[in-house]
Write a protein that binds this ligand. Structure first.
Ligand code: ZN
Length: 283
């Protein structure tokens, strides 16, 4: 496989008791992907200033001081540094057209923390993909195929002339946003039993509606919790993720990937592999 994976085992050090956002979900995926001949690259933390590309100084300061916590995203010891490493890994993924396989995830956190009308940050601390897109400063299409709507990413980029956001997600679950499209943010919600066919068809039609000439790169919020039985299940299988990879690969643009959800450790690695195989064999 030619796509490189950005990963540091430091992201496995912290625990969040009772949360489905476990270290094991990535640990198992890494173990599986190491059997598939990927090249792994170790990331560096982003700079403090990079965080300010997507977030307010007050929010960054609050995370640094451990003064922010909610039921989903508690003030875990050292989380500021773990989250900076995850954001730095996303920047490295953007620079190398690679796959960032790190935690904490990011797409639910907005400019000031919890985004667009919800009070929790869905296991997120800093918006990794938003920071990476802003750090590179290129005209970017963000494709978010996580089962939850990326309300934080939408909040950060709403009205941004250089960036479009496209999300296909499950209806009726956290964060209950993304029911309609707004300006440069295009949203499609699906019911829970849609399956591979309807999901892939919806994404395909959504992509057809976009003018790709204006984008210099694609950033992907890669979430695998739509897998059948996972937290935001839309009934997808590994084959569905392979088809999603093919659709994105066919666009023919420089592309990077940032891991978001996917909580069933046994399937996440296989789904990432299926997705990247589809992406690399799109033609
Ligand atoms: Zn999710």
């Amino acid at each position: 496989m030619t796509t490189k994976i950005i990963f540091s085992k430091i992201c496995l050090e912290y625990t969040c008791p009772g949360s489905p956002e476990t270290a094991e979900r990535i640990g198992w995926a890494v173990k599986f992907l190491k059997t598939k001949k990927f090249t792994f690259i170790k990331p560096e933390p982003c700079a403090d200033d990079d965080l300010l590309l997507a977030h307010s100084p007050a929010y960054v300061k609050a995370v640094k001081k451990g003064e922010i916590g909610d039921a989903d995203s508690p003030a875990i010891s050292g989380i500021y540094d773990y989250a900076k490493l995850s954001a730095g890994a996303a920047i490295a993924a953007a620079k190398n057209n690679a796959f960032c396989l790190m935690r904490p995830p990011g797409h639910h956190v907005g400019i000031n923390g919890a985004a667009l009308g919800v009070t929790t940050r869905g296991f997120c601390y800093f918006n990794n993909i938003a920071i990476a897109v802003k750090a590179l400063g290129k005209k970017t299409l963000i494709i978010d195929f996580d089962g939850h709507h990326g309300n934080g990413t939408e909040e950060i980029f709403l009205g941004d002339e250089n960036v479009s956001y496209l999300s296909v997600h499950r209806l009726g679950i956290y964060p209950w946003t993304g029911k309609t499209s707004r300006q440069n943010c295009i949203n499609f919600g699906l019911p829970d039993k849609s399956g591979d066919g309807l999901y892939v068809e919806t994404l395909k039609n959504a992509l057809l509606s976009l003018d790709f000439a204006k984008f210099e790169q694609i950033g992907v919020s890669a979430g695998f919790d739509t897998h059948d039985g996972d937290l935001a299940s839309i009934g997808l299988s590994s084959k569905g993720f392979s088809e999603i990879g093919k659709l994105i690969g066919k666009l023919g643009k420089p592309t990077f990937f940032v891991f978001e959800g996917g909580y069933d450790g046994e399937t996440v690695g296989k789904d990432i592999y299926a997705f990247l195989k589809g992406f690399e064999n799109a033609d």
